[in-house]
Structure formats: structure tokens, C-alpha cells
Design a protein around this ligand. Structure first.
Ligand code: AVI
Length: 324
């Protein structure tokens, strides 16, 4: 079996700049304005998100990490001669926790493929993992894992890891499509871990998105800076306030940016001004929370068996273990 060398394969060139610009402008000129949450993650946005993950109020990251550190030894022992494919590697802290539990003699037989749309995140992950686990074979794939599943390597048995409750940022429809597509591309024996934030006490949920240090507010407003760069616009983030609240009808936290004044914004790509009224909001993120029934239903929808649901004792967060 040919093993890849440590580097990055770039597949992002397949997604054009024109699509990005028209997608953003469509959102900003819609009746209910929105910006897709994937635009949060430029260099500054990714750094702010990393800060969020260590906030006291933001329980999901540390809870998921604790769950990974306590996965049953029998499960870890089974991870031999496989490819581990991580969808969205972020700061690689979760995969490192998993790797740390794998016996040193097993590591050379593994291959790790982080997939991310951020080159900096990939480069950082690869560099750090190389330092931490020199015997591990790593190859980054610069791609959109939701739409470019054909890029997943498929010579060996695979463990797909989708940590961080990132799945919660997809719409319900996208989630079902994602699960169905995963179920279709997985081979018998392949495994899928999905980290999912659970439905819980509303005050606790809302606090996680309204931290005292206002880091989440900065993260939310930073998206306007990112957009300014992409559509050459002149949004002033100071003209907006951070709003994050639980929408119980959809089991999700919604983040919005609320205009504090009547605002008009120029973009080099359209002749007319983008007008936003005082009090009007731009919807920037949905973060869905899951019931146990959702976790089961998603497996059924994908045609996958549910091997286990690992949770902390308060069921704040779960790691679902599916298998084909
Ligand atoms: C990346 N994602 C799972 C985070 C979430 O909780 O939905 C993003 C985030 N937004 C605000 N805080 C964190």
C-alpha cells in the first residue's frame, strides 16, 4: 500500500470566486438578510473561535474532549491499520486526544487525512501532529468535505471523525443530505464519529453564546470584516450588535447582527446600495442542538448502525458512533 507523504492536496480551486460573491450578495439583499456561517473562519475568525472553545461558558469543547479521553479501551484497540479522516480539523486538539490513546506500536500503521477549507488550519494541524506523533502518516486535503466526498481516500477501512458539533451549523436538510451521502460512500466496516451538542437548559445554552468577555460578540462581528474583503464592501462592525438566542421551535441557537442605525453599505460588485434598517438583523449562524431521537434518526436515515452514543454524565454533549 502506497503511503502518502506529508503535504496538502488543493481541491478548492474547483469552487469559484464568482459563486462566493453572488452567494454573499444574495444573502445581503434577501428579505431576511443572512450571511453563511462558513465565512466566519478567516485567520482572525478561526483564532477567535479557538478562544471561544476555552471559555468557561462554552461547555461543548471541553465536554467533547472529556468524552474522547474516556472512550472505551476496546474501541481504541480496534483502531489498527486504518485511515482516519477528519472532516474540518480546526485546532486538531480532538484528534490528538484520540491519537494519544493509541499504543505507539500501532501508530505507524495509521494514516490521518485532515480535510478543511482553511489552508492555515491544515498547515498548522499537520505541523503540530508531526511534532506530536512523528510516526503518523499525515496528508491534508484542502477541500469542502460536504460537497467533495469523492476525494476521501478509500483503499482501507476508515474512521470518519466529524467533531465539534459542526454538524449543528448545517440546516436540517443539509444534515440529512450529509448523513445520507456519508452512508452512501461508506464501505462495510467503516465507522463515523459525530460530535453533537444536546438540547438542554436554555439559560445554559444562551450563556454559551453570550460570554462575559464578549469574545463571541467579536467573533460574530468579525464576519463583516471577512465579507468586506470578499465583496469589497464597507460594513462598519461598530454599527451592529451581537444577538444570540435559543429558538425552541427549531432546537437551535441563532446568531444575528442587529443594526443600531439605518445603514447603507457599498459593494464594488453591485451598483445599488445595500440598505439595512435600524433594528433589522443579519442572520449569521444556526447552531442546532440534538435530542437522542435525532441521533438515532440520523443513523437510520444514513443506513448506518448506531454502535453507541457516548455522553458526559449530564448529557450536555454526545459523540455518536455509527458504523456501516
Ligand atoms: C463551530 N460551531 C460548532 C460553533 C457552534 O457552537 O455552533 C461555532 C460557534 N458560534 C458561536 N460560538 C461558537
Amino acid at each position: 500500500l502506497e503511503l502518502p507523504i506529508d503535504d496538502i492536496d488543493n481541491h478548492l480551486t474547483e469552487i469559484g470566486f464568482d459563486t462566493t460573491v453572488s452567494e454573499i450578495i444574495a444573502g445581503l439583499t434577501a428579505n431576511a438578510k443572512y450571511i453563511q456561517s462558513k465565512y466566519f473562519y478567516d485567520k482572525i475568525g478561526s483564532a477567535l473561535f479557538e478562544k471561544i472553545t476555552s471559555l468557561n461558558e462554552y461547555y461543548p469543547s471541553r465536554t467533547e474532549k472529556a468524552i474522547i479521553s474516556q472512550l472505551p479501551p476496546e474501541l481504541i484497540e480496534d483502531l489498527v491499520d486504518i485511515d482516519i479522516i477528519e472532516l474540518g480539523c480546526g485546532d486538531h486538539s480532538k484528534i490528538s486526544l484520540l491519537m494519544r490513546r493509541i499504543p505507539a506500536e500501532t501508530v505507524p500503521g495509521l494514516r490521518y487525512f485532515p480535510i478543511d477549507i482553511s489552508r492555515t488550519a491544515l498547515e498548522q494541524s499537520i505541523e503540530d501532529l508531526r511534532d506530536l506523533f512523528p510516526a503518523l502518516k499525515v496528508k491534508g486535503i484542502l477541500a469542502d468535505y460536504v460537497h467533495q466526498m469523492h476525494l476521501f481516500p478509500e483503499e482501507r477501512k476508515r474512521l470518519f471523525c466529524f467533531f465539534g458539533s459542526t454538524i449543528g451549523n448545517l440546516s436540517r436538510e443539509e444534515t440529512l443530505d450529509f448523513m445520507q451521502n456519508m452512508g452512501a460512500i461508506m464501505n462495510t466496516g467503516d465507522m463515523l464519529f459525530v460530535g453533537m451538542d444536546r438540547v438542554k437548559n436554555i439559560a445554559l445554552l444562551e450563556k454559551a453564546y453570550n460570554d462575559d468577555q464578549l469574545i463571541t460578540a467579536m467573533f460574530n462581528k468579525n464576519i463583516l470584516r471577512v465579507i468586506n474583503g470578499l465583496i469589497k464592501s464597507d460594513f462598519n462592525p461598530d454599527n451592529f450588535e451581537h444577538r444570540a438566542f435559543y429558538n425552541a421551535a427549531f432546537n437551535r441557537i441563532e446568531m444575528h447582527l442587529e443594526a443600531t442605525d439605518n445603514i447603507s453599505v457599498k459593494s464594488a460588485f453591485i451598483p445599488e446600495l445595500i440598505r439595512i434598517k435600524k433594528g433589522e438583523t443579519i442572520h449569521t449562524e444556526n447552531s442546532h442542538k440534538f435530542e437522542k431521537a435525532d441521533i438515532l434518526r440520523m443513523g437510520q436515515h444514513a443506513g448506518l448502525a448506531i454502535k453507541n452514543i457516548y455522553s458526559d454524565e449530564n448529557e450536555l454533549f454526545s459523540l455518536a458512533h455509527y458504523q456501516k
